[in-house]
Design a protein around this ligand. Structure first.
Ligand code: FAD
Length: 285
């Protein structure tokens, strides 16, 4: 199913992201995670591509497994280091596996020797995917501005190019303060960007991981959340409970203020999305 059907309806959707294992031998393990997440009733699952050193080849296999579990899959695809023929090869594999949704990303040059590839910006990849086949294409957006952008306004203008290239929805970088999202929405609308925006919510369960992710992505932790992180840094179970409670509160507030689609960064832990969905069971009816 195309995600545009889900994201443009008024029904509330709570989806989640998983990432492929770092080595192929763990693929069966990933399939087990997918099955457990599917049991929680999540509305769709996205699968990252090459992020954090995960194996790029597995994205198609994992997306196919998500579809086999009866859920729409959103396959991430990055253009760094890939020439046009490699992108076409992956798109043909996605088509052959019945995957209709792609999150088109630029990616980052991480490993020494990485090359830029045929497409400079995610917007170029969006245009390529739309011209290649009948895919529903989304892109990333950054409520606090992409770290490389000279200003938030400039970043929003660049996001507009992505939308004009055929991007049908946007998934945000993780945000820990909803006010930032509400202000961002005003600015998107002022620039004429009207596609569905899906807030990315990260239930923090691992303190050192979140510090690293925030540094890389330019995301800030608000003081009231920083206090939680500092208090429970050495108590993993307490941190997980507090992180899920904080994320649940954020989601309730987002839904109350008009967002109907939320994407949860679950870090491959089915219990996280399961608990969040249980916490929200009455809101999801
Ligand atoms: P772009 O949209 O190309 O933007 C990158 C920078 O270029 C921005 O500063 C933007 O303002 C600027 N820009 C964009 N278009 C133009 C233009 N036409 N002219 C001039 N400047 C322009 N990374 C992975 O490797 N794998 C993943 O699976 C993955 N999933 C992600 C999912 C989400 C929801 C998010 C938010 C990020 C994800 N990333 C992933 C990280 C992403 O690849 C990086 O943040 C990357 O630095 C930017 O990707 P982008 O698609 O936003 O790039």
């Amino acid at each position: 199913m195309k995600l545009s059907n889900i994201l443009n309806s008024n029904d509330i959707s709570i989806s989640c992201e998983i990432f492929p294992p770092k080595s192929g031998s763990e693929l069966q393990n990933a399939f087990g995670i997918i099955s457990k997440i599917a049991d929680t009733g999540t509305d769709f699952m996205s699968v990252t591509y090459g992020a954090g050193g995960t194996s790029v080849g597995e994205t198609v296999a994992i997306a196919a497994e998500i579809e086999k579990n009866g859920l729409p899959a959103l396959a991430h695809l990055t253009c760094v280091g890939a020439d046009e023929s490699k992108i076409e090869d992956i798109l043909s594999k996605l088509q052959a596996s019945g995957i209709e949704n792609v999150l088109a990303l630029r990616g980052d040059l991480i490993t020494e020797g990485d090359t830029k590839g045929s497409f400079a910006h995610a917007s170029d990849l969006v245009a390529k995917i739309k011209s290649y086949g009948d895919f529903c294409v989304g892109g990333a957006c950054y409520p606090q501005g992409h770290p490389e952008a000279i200003s938030l306004d400039q970043d929003i203008l660049n996001t507009k190019i992505k939308v004009e290239s055929g991007c049908e929805f946007l998934v945000t970088q993780m945000v820990f303060e909803n006010e930032i999202l509400y202000n961002y929405m005003y600015r998107l609308m002022a620039k004429g960007i009207n596609v569905p925006v899906v807030p990315g919510i990260m239930p923090v369960t691992n303190v050192s991981q979140i510090k690293r992710i925030c540094e890389l992505s330019g995301t800030t932790l608000p003081p009231h959340f920083r206090a939680i992180v500092e208090k429970f840094a050495d108590k993993p179970e307490a941190m997980q409970q507090a992180g899920i409670a904080y994320a649940t509160g954020q989601i309730v507030d987002l839904i109350a203020n008009g967002f109907s689609n939320i994407h949860v960064y679950t870090m491959n832990k089915p219990e996280i999305i399961g608990t969040i969905r249980k916490n929200l069971s009455e809101l999801l009816k």
